[in-house]
Design a protein around this ligand. Structure first.
Ligand code: ATP
Ligand code: MG
Length: 587
């Protein structure tokens, strides 16, 4: 996949899926799939004919919601395997369910996977384009006695399915002849029957210890319009029937899914092996491999809950920077590289576990630390007046763009008589160990001069309105005199008359507890009331020119991004992506 512009991190992840693939490749299991042109059954799409892909994986989202952080794990896993093994990864819309699926979701999924830096080349597929194959295969199963039309009511079917400890009972319709079944199935397709009156089931074993093998439903009547196929169909395949066929038709070698599908694997194998025996598809059939889904503390990843948060307006839409959606993360200032680093770091395991949200934040911090230029921002401003600095005078100080990357250079920042500093950098009567501004103390104005605090102004309520100081003209950073003053405090500032005042949003975790909704609570009760704070900040003048999605470190504060929705040319607003240090672990 040479078109992927991203590199894996240096350490190649090793995991049980990679071990499986290594062994299979060593045994030449997928020889056929190198596509020397060997003919297969006509039904099988010749996906990849002529290419030399060694393996084929797929990411198969159902377009019924926005992608979230859990999907990012699956995306990085599937596309990452394809990249590392000289394979291809398909993006497939698993759109076999006529309800709930919308173009808006299709578009957002395409954007999100691309944003993460992955490319599917020509391999974008839609499962609904395979409906005819799925239907034809169902007829083949019927003709060969592997499927039958059941006409029990839903209640009867449930009652006869049995339990984990008790075998199920055969349906009275189980012994219909293939001719009878075919006739009924065709009439189901022709729209002769109402929803729920008949269903097509695989004929396997009602006494199986695995409930999924007790004659699972494979086609149902559903008189609904589909977003791709319109009203062509009024019967639709069940997910468990459709998915293996989609994989087979696309010549997928490894069908990687989350653990809850483990019990479905015997049916996956039964179906594909039966279809292969019937000559519908080619051998070797795809192999299903399950891995542990991502569970992330302080986050909900259930589509139903995410939809509820958006629809009930607990957040400002799907791309709210607090949501664990990929559009939200993008607006928040999280980076694709951070997500890939995270995926590599957490690895892939066979049993469920929880990952602390701080692990993801650390991955973002690491990447942002390497890539975000430094800027100065005063987020809770109070005036600092340099009494002995000449009125009307100004000069430039030089601030490095990245402390560890001298080659990124320095930029001029203007200094004048009145500055903005952080309110918390002055305390009139300081506690022990406070080294910043208080009357009589000296601090360095970062990249500028040493100043000595001489007092403050207050309003009638005793609120501090300005801090006063004198500066030492021979103490400018980068000049020979700079070292003659020994000070313990070092504070940032922006020149008041040059500053760019703008909106800054402080985003924090959306939920205040590790496991939202645990202990029987409504998960909405666990929303962090302080997850969004909007302030007006005083920023260094150069930040006025930031373009949407440009990311910076605001020194001493954290990483911020120019919001991609609300920023205007010459008037960006900023979102906090992540603080410099984790402030949650100690709580
Ligand atoms: P649904 O309940 O609608 O099926 P879903 O979360 O499974 O929800 P899909 O669109 O079917 O959503 O998911 C696409 C792919 O993403 C699937 O292969 C699924 O296994 C994977 N996936 C979904 N959630 C996670 C998660 N938390 N961690 C890892 N992979 C996930
Ligand atoms: Mg799913």
């Amino acid at each position: 996949m040479s078109d992927i512009d991203t590199k894996a991190t240096d350490a190649k992840p090793s995991n049980f899926i990679r071990h499986i693939i290594d062994d299979e490749l060593a045994a030449n299991k997928f020889a056929r799939r190198t596509w020397s042109g060997a003919p297969g059954p006509a039904a099988q799409q010749k996906v990849g004919a002529g290419d030399t892909a060694k393996i084929r994986t797929r990411f198969p989202p159902e377009p019924n919601g926005y992608l979230h952080f859990g999907h990012a794990k699956s995306i990085c896993l599937n596309f990452g395997l394809a990249r590392d093994y000289g394979g291809v990864c398909h993006l497939r819309f698993d759109d076999t369910n006529p309800e709930k699926e919308e173009q808006e979701y299709v578009d957002s999924i395409i954007d999100a996977v691309s944003w993460l830096g992955w490319s599917w080349g020509d391999h974008l597929y839609q499962a609904s384009n395979y409906f005819q194959w799925m239907y034809d295969f169902a007829e083949k199963l019927i003709e060969s006695g592997h499927a039958y039309v059941d006409s029990q009511s839903a209640d009867e079917m449930r009652a006869n399915r049995g339990t984990l400890t008790e075998a199920g009972k055969n349906s009275p319709f189980r012994d219909r002849t293939p001719a009878e079944n075919l006739d009924l199935f065709r009439r189901m397709k022709a729209g002769e029957f109402a929803d729920g009156t008949h269903i097509l089931r695989a004929k396997i074993d009602m006494a199986s210890g695995n409930i999924n093998l007790r004659d699972p439903a494979i086609y149902r009547i559903r008189k609904a319009t589909h977003h791709n196929t319109g009203d062509t169909w009024c019967i639709y395949p069940m997910y468990t029937y459709a998915h293996p066929i989609e994989d087979a038709l696309e010549n997928i070698t490894h069908s990687i899914c989350t653990l809850e599908f483990e019990d479905q694997r015997p049916f996956y194998d039964w179906l594909l092996n039966t279809l292969a025996e019937l000559g519908c598809i080619d051998q070797p059939v795809p192999r299903q491999i399950e891995f542990a889904r991502l569970n992330l503390s302080y986050v909900v990843l259930s589509k139903r809950k995410l939809i509820q948060l958006v629809e009930e307006k607990h957040v400002d839409g799907w791309d709210d920077p607090r949501l664990p959606t990929l559009v939200g993360a993008r607006r928040r200032g999280f980076t694709p590289e951070g997500f890939r680093r995270f995926a590599d770091m957490i690895g892939v395991a066979k049993s469920d576990s929880w990952i602390d949200f701080s692990v993801l934040e650390d991955c973002m911090r690491e990447h942002l630390n390497e890539t975000a230029p430094r800027r100065i921002a005063v987020l809770d401003p109070v005036k600092l007046i340099i009494d002995n600095y000449p009125e009307g005078q100004e000069e430039e100080c030089l601030a490095p763009n990245h402390p560890q990357k001298p080659d990124w250079g320095k930029r001029p920042v203007p200094l004048s008589k009145e500055l903005w500093i952080e309110r918390e950098d002055f305390i009139e009567t300081p506690p022990k160990g406070y080294f910043r501004l208080f009357p009589g103390n000296m601090v360095r104005l970062r990249y500028g001069f040493v100043v000595k605090c001489i007092g403050c102004d207050k309003d009638a309520a005793g609120h501090i309105t300005a801090v006063h100081c004198d500066y030492m003209p021979d103490s400018k950073s980068g000049t020979p005199g700079a070292d003659t003053y020994k000070v313990k405090g070092n504070i940032h500032w922006v020149s008041a008359k040059h500053a760019y005042a703008t909106e800054v949003r402080h985003y924090d975790r959306l939920f205040a507890v590790e496991a939202p909704g645990s202990g029987g609570r409504d998960f909405l009760e666990d929303i962090n009331p302080n997850s969004k704070q909007v302030i007006t900040a005083q920023l260094e003048a150069a930040l006025k020119d930031a373009v949407a999605e440009e990311r910076f470190q605001f020194e001493r504060h954290g990483y911020f991004v120019a919001d991609r929705v609300d920023s205007k040319a010459g008037a960006p607003v900023f979102n906090r992506a992540v603080t410099l240090k984790d402030s949650w672990s100690k709580k």
